[in-house]
Design a protein. Sequence first.
Length: 207
Amino acid sequence: MSEPKAIQAYLDTVAAQIHWKRARAIIIPELAQHLEDQRDAFAAEGCEHPAQLAVEEMGDPVPVGMELDRLHRPKAQWGLLSLTILFALLGTMLWVWLTNEFAHPSVLYRTLIALFLGGGALLLGYFFDCTYLGRHGRRIYALALGISLLVLFTSPIINGVSYYTRYVILGYPVIYALWLYSWRRKGWAGMIRPWRSCCLDMTVRPF
């Protein structure tokens, strides 16, 4: 990458992680000024490729942007959340009333459980720090494999198929995407030999 484009490419990647436009308009110019100052300092020292050195010193732009996004996240919109949950509750009650499901308590209970789980998922997705998933993609992948094996051997077999395993498989695309994301900028060698660096570190570490 050419020197003039190195800083701009870094800023574009960081900006892509910051969802709040108002925060982005403040953060990116300040970050650009910092990178340019660092570039000029490296150039004054006679270093080659000062812009590239400046962005490398700053670190991976994706985690940097995600952390800035977390720190500058806007306040929770409790009114909008409450209105969304209220509409979901009213929709559920309307569906039960129109379909006359009050006569079937088991269906009513399942509907209420689904509403509770859906509302919980909504709140979790709204407040959960998604940067955690990006930082621990490999651990989540290993945990998902362990859960899959546990479900595979403990789930009842219906029509020759492990009943609950099919629900676990629904999460595989996201889990696999997190695993791939955890190996970003490491190349194919890093994906094929994930524990190589760990093993080398253990062999050279003094006791």
